[in-house]
Design a protein around this ligand. Structure first.
Ligand SMILES: NC(=O)C1=CN([C@@H]2O[C@H](COP(=O)(O)OP(=O)(O)OC[C@H]3O[C@@H](n4cnc5c(N)ncnc54)[C@H](OP(=O)(O)O)[C@@H]3O)[C@@H](O)[C@H]2O)C=CC1
Ligand SMILES: CCCCCC/C=C/C(=O)O
Length: 487
């Protein structure tokens, strides 16, 4: 792979349209910076509305040509598996770029994000071969259902897990036979752009996969409102999701929205405490807390509240914050200076609201160059406080005491969000009662973020619309066609 990484230096990033890297039509660029140093990493093509229209037009013509949409599924699958192989061949390079651009620990990008991206391609490539096409017989007529590729698909991605999220969408959309136009977030465009080169090397026909860097307000907007687009899969903030949906409505484009969260992580007094502490730490500090599924509201039953808090703070003190490229780092830098300020403002708001600070609560003094924030613990929080209701998207859990099972369920559901939830208990009947009453798309019992790619993924309420994963992805990225024939 000769693209972006050369001798650990980062090359400038361009748009990828019709199988070629090109400058923005305007010739404009913007800089992406390293969150650990706030120094410039690379210059990025600043795509605009005309670039977006061009890419969508290319994707539409390529779709209509049938070169991909009508390619035998075995061949399509072979090319997508080759992409998976190439991702793994280049895992070190892609992980390094991801870590520099996002600020996340290298052990996470190399150990999870990039391998998972390869799994995304392999999973949907295999699954496409086994898609069931139903067939019905009645009164001398035969009906069969075809799941045809929907057409041009816009994929709009956030900055927290760029390569993993992008490939989660792109692999399914491509496996279903669509052509795609992808927009990574402007904070973290570098890893996405690498996929173009990999796709070419794997033999994906030009025009099937197109990647646009540039602002959400122009490029993203066009991708959500262009009449040629037949599906939009968006991951990001709930308010941006609403804008995307409004724009999509003009052309009745189906949307899949994976949005924000403020998930309850409930620890009952009968839980295995050490396991619950370790799992709760992982659920809020992984990826600097910049995770939609974060267990950001930790609800702890009164009988074990003090003990849990002690053990939790003890574990937090051991989290190593620092250089994201260092193998031993547990927590890296927040994505931007602006986001660091937002997180810090929330901590101050929480304290003003009456929350107590058990640990952290400020940027890391010894690392002033980057956007490093101390792993923080707010406790004695009331669920009505803003810090319990709003998504902080940083390493700041709020710990809330509760008395009874019903209280825990009521607090968990007292949120505009409904993405995920975690229950720690040794009483499995209770675990089932509680999980079945929490209004969320994803629930874990005595674990967090175990993912089986066959299962539906998505949220309720302000956390999103629709589900992707396994057959749910194919349902979204295809158009069901019933064909009835007189026998
Ligand atoms: N439910 C889930 O599965 C997940 C949800 N998330 C959520 O994502 C959020 C964090 O990501 P963040 O990047 O800040 O989210 P944003 O909503 O700000 O941005 C997401 C993407 O949308 C683009 N965008 C911005 N405005 C528009 C527009 N008007 N039309 C189309 N696209 C637009 C952005 O582009 P640009 O960068 O250029 O502004 C970016 O590519 C959190 O709320 C988090 O919970 C994150 C991961 C998973
Ligand atoms: C620890 C990783 C958290 C990932 C959050 C989003 C996940 C999406 C997916 O698994 O598809």
């Amino acid at each position: 792979m000769k693209g972006i990484v050369a001798n650990q230096a980062v090359q400038d990033a361009k748009l990828f349209i019709n199988g070629e890297y090109v400058d923005a039509l305007s010739g404009e660029t913007f800089d992406t910076t390293n969150p650990a140093t706030n120094k410039r990493l690379a210059s990025v093509a600043n795509g605009g509305i005309e670039d977006a229209k061009w890419a969508i037009d290319v994707a539409q013509k390529t779709f209509a040509s049938g070169i991909w949409s009508r390619m035998p599924v075995e061949e399509r699958s072979r090319i997508l598996c080759k992409i998976a192989d190439l991702i793994m061949e280049n895992v070190d390079k892609i992980a390094y770029i991801e870590t520099l651009d996002v600020g996340k620990p290298i052990k996470e990008s190399r150990g999870f994000d990039i391998p998972r991206a390869a799994s995304n391609f392999r999973f949907f490539a295999e699954m496409a071969k086994y898609m069931v096409h139903e067939h019905f017989d009645m009164s001398g007529h035969m009906s069969y259902v075809q799941y045809a590729p929907a057409g041009v698909t816009s994929l709009i991605i956030p900055w927290n897990l760029p390569f993993m999220q992008m490939t989660w969408k792109a692999s399914a959309a491509l496996a279903a036979g669509n052509t795609v136009v992808i927009k990574p977030a402007s904070y973290t465009p570098l890893s996405a752009v690498l996929l173009g080169e990999i796709a070419n090397e794997a033999g994906l026909p030009p025009g099937v996969l197109n990647i646009l860097t540039g602002p959400g307000s122009t490029v993203g907007n066009t991708m959500a409102s262009h009449p040629f687009v037949r599906r939009i899969s968006f991951v990001g903030e709930s308010n941006t999701g609403k804008t995307v949906m409004k724009n999509a409505a003009d052309h009745l484009i189906p949307v899949s929205l994976e949005l924000g969260g403020k998930s309850a992580n409930i620890v009952f007094s009968d839980a295995d405490l050490d396991e619950a502490v370790a799992g709760s730490i992982e659920a809020i500090y992984r990826n600097q807390g910049e995770i939609c599924l974060a267990g950001s509201r930790i609800l702890v039953q009164e009988e074990i509240y003090d003990l849990f808090l002690d053990k939790f703070v003890c574990a937090v003190k051991k989290i190593k914050v620092g250089d994201p490229t260092d193998e031993s780092t547990d927590m890296g830098a927040l994505v931007s200076k602006e986001h660091l300020k937002t997180v810090d403002d929330y901590v101050q708001i929480g304290i003003e609201e009456g929350a107590k600070l058990a640990y952290g609560g400020k940027p890391v003094v010894d690392l002033p160059e980057g956007n490093f924030y101390e792993p923080t613990v707010l406790y004695d929080v009331d669920n009505k406080m803003r810090v319990a209701q709003e998504e902080i998207f940083g390493p700041v859990p709020v710990i809330i005491p509760f008395k009874t099972e019903m209280d825990a369920i009521q607090i968990a559901n007292d949120s505009i969000y409904g993405l995920a939830g975690v229950v720690w208990t040794n009483d499995l009947r209770r675990a089932q009662r509680v999980t079945s009453q929490i209004h969320a798309g994803l629930l874990w019992i005595n674990c967090w973020y175990y993912r089986d790619l066959r299962t539906p993924f998505g949220g309720a309420k302000a956390s999103g619309i629709g589900r992707e994963g396994g057959r749910h992805s194919f349902d979204f990225y295809t158009e069901a066609k019933t064909i009835t024939m007189k026998k």
